[in-house]
Design a binder for this molecule. Structure first.
Ligand SMILES: [Zn+2]
Length: 408
């Protein structure tokens, strides 16, 4: 993005700030390094979706997150024609900035792709997370959404764990029973074990929040939930046990209120985004006033709905994780409106949202800083706020708000 003199000066100040990276999908570093990600993975999250949209065969796309070394000749010829169609987009831009900032590669093309691929492989050594996330990005804490808690060697990390128990088979009830020590014979047992699991997760001290999605939920109905529970326990395959899922969530949300932990809520973007409408979070905000909901991605493209939800409900914050790399300009435009609408303590500016490769957090953070600098810089130029005030706001958005909401 082209920044004005004032905006560039603010950008430079923002770049000095310690941050909280408020959303990733990264495993512990040891596990990450064991996957030996190579150049093809650089185009996985999220460029591959644009590549498919541009015509890349979906079968090839589905291999792009696969771990392990792959020679450039195996993947670049497949990607290259579609790369030309997407490289001006925001997903690609994070990669382009990363290649430039980390490896001095100005343009990703046939001439530079081998150098880029070699550099990514060479990075796969112990300390990668520290080098990228602590040193480059200045992250004090990284919040990662994964179903594991073995981060004892990664003190930088805290986990936001899925709240929805993946309990759609008799086997999964069995596993939950084993891990919690509660035999699951009845629906009440399932509720007890599911709640116990949340307490166990909190006790790890690694887990600082839970995560769900903004989808339609049925009114909690014990009769319907019990009927589904019995069918599943009898070994029947139930494809969409929504009444059971929603009944359980209702009980779990009560427990989360007692635990005083936030619930992150994914909204928007993917596939049939009508099913991930941020407006479903209104039901959550009203029904569970004692739970804090951190609404993700501004529910893109329903960004104005998300903004007003953030405005109207004291227990909803807006987490702009992923937004700058979905559309940087959309994020600039709506953040400008959000600044009009939403209290400053309700906004989190950055979460890189990658599982591989972690290096792209660098490019994503540049884009997030550009977004914030351009929105606040415009207000400095119009005389509405001072540079000092802009920096204060930037500090809240990049660090303090996430720190307070997730108590990290
Ligand atoms: Zn995510």
């Amino acid at each position: 993005m082209k920044l004005s003199r004032v905006t560039q000066a603010l950008y430079n100040e923002l770049a000095e700030l310690t941050i909280v990276d408020a959303h990733e999908h990264l495993p512990p570093e040891k596990a990450y390094l064991s996957y030996q990600y190579s150049g093809a993975n650089f185009f996985a999250g999220y460029i591959r979706n644009d590549l498919v949209s541009a015509g890349l065969p979906v079968e090839f796309k589905n291999t792009m997150r696969d771990p392990g070394y792959k020679d450039v000749s195996e993947w670049w010829p497949q990607i290259a024609p579609y790369w030309e169609r997407v490289k001006e987009g925001s997903h690609a831009r994070a990669a382009i900035i990363t290649a430039r900032e980390l490896y001095g590669i100005e343009e990703i093309n046939d001439r530079t792709i081998n150098r880029l691929a070699d550099a990514i492989i060479a990075d796969n050594t112990s300390g990668l997370y520290t080098r990228i996330l602590s040193e480059r990005c200045k992250a004090r804490v990284v919040l990662t959404c994964v179903e594991r808690t073995d981060f004892q060697d990664d003190p930088l990390f805290r986990v936001v764990a899925p709240i929805d128990v993946s309990g759609t088979t008799a086997d999964s009830f069995e596993r939950l029973g084993e891990s919690t020590g509660i035999r699951i014979n009845t629906l009440d047992d399932l509720v007890d074990a599911s709640i116990h699991r949340l307490y166990q997760l909190k006790e790890t001290k690694v887990v600082v929040g839970f995560k769900t999605k903004s989808f339609y939920r049925f009114e909690p109905d014990e009769g319907e939930a019990n009927a589904l529970f019995k069918r599943i326990r009898a070994g029947q395959r139930v494809i969409k046990p929504f009444h059971l899922r929603d009944y359980l969530f209702d009980k779990l949300a009560g427990a989360v209120a007692d635990l005083d932990m936030p619930i992150a809520v994914h909204a928007g973007v993917w596939g049939d985004f009508r099913e991930l409408d941020p407006k479903y979070t209104i039901d959550l905000a009203i029904r569970y006033p004692d739970v804090h909901f951190d609404l993700f991605h501004l529910g893109m493209p329903m960004v104005r709905d998300a903004a007003i939800i953030g405005k109207n409900f004291p227990n909803v914050s807006l987490n702009l994780c992923w937004c700058p790399v979905v559309s940087q300009r959309l994020t600039v435009n709506v953040l400008n409106e959000i600044l009009d609408l939403v209290p400053l303590n309700k906004i989190i500016a950055f979460g890189a949202d990658y599982r591989c490769v972690v290096q792209k957090a660098v490019g994503h953070l540049v884009m997030a800083r550009e977004v914030v600098a351009s929105v606040l810089g415009e207000r400095i130029e119009s005389g509405e706020i001072t540079e000092e005030r802009a920096l204060e706001i930037g500090k809240m958005w990049f660090h303090d708000n996430a720190s307070e909401i997730y108590k990290v």
